[in-house]
Design a protein around this ligand. Structure first.
Ligand SMILES: [Zn+2]
Length: 133
């Protein structure tokens, strides 16, 4: 199947290796794989790639998983457009990705543009936080 991150690449050649445990080589691929994970309802992947300092980080994994599962169940992930990928020129373990995600929720259509920041720890990129623009 085509990858749910809307790359037009097949899932097994795009985000699936990351969902299976391979570290994403850069923050952009990590970001795309998180979008695909939302679309596929891979809540554990979302949790595992969220930095503990993220405001949505939840220590209670069962509660968090159930929140994510509910969000995924009522949402459709219709499109992803990457607007900018900005690796930090001074720090190879930091990067920002600006993207617009198209979604539907309970028949409401929404597009949100976010600047996400990512940090690499122990060879793994993590979603640190995001701000809507
Ligand atoms: Zn993908």
């Amino acid at each position: 199947m085509p990858c749910p991150c809307h790359s037009t690449i097949m899932y097994h050649k795009c985000c699936q290796p990351f969902h299976k445990g391979e570290p994403a080589p850069d923050a952009l691929k990590l970001m795309r794989s998180r979008y695909a994970a939302y679309a596929l309802g891979l809540s554990d992947y979302i949790m595992d790639t969220t930095h503990p300092d993220n405001p949505h980080y939840e220590a209670d994994r069962n509660k968090w998983r159930s929140d994510l599962d509910q969000f995924a169940a009522r949402s459709h992930f219709d499109g992803l457009r990457i607007r900018e990928f900005s690796p930090d020129p001074k720090d190879p373990d930091r990067a920002e990705v600006t993207f617009t995600a198209h979604m539907r929720q309970d028949s409401q259509i929404a597009a949100m543009t976010e600047v996400s920041s990512f940090v690499r720890q122990k060879g793994r990129w993590l979603y640190r936080d995001g701000r809507f623009i």
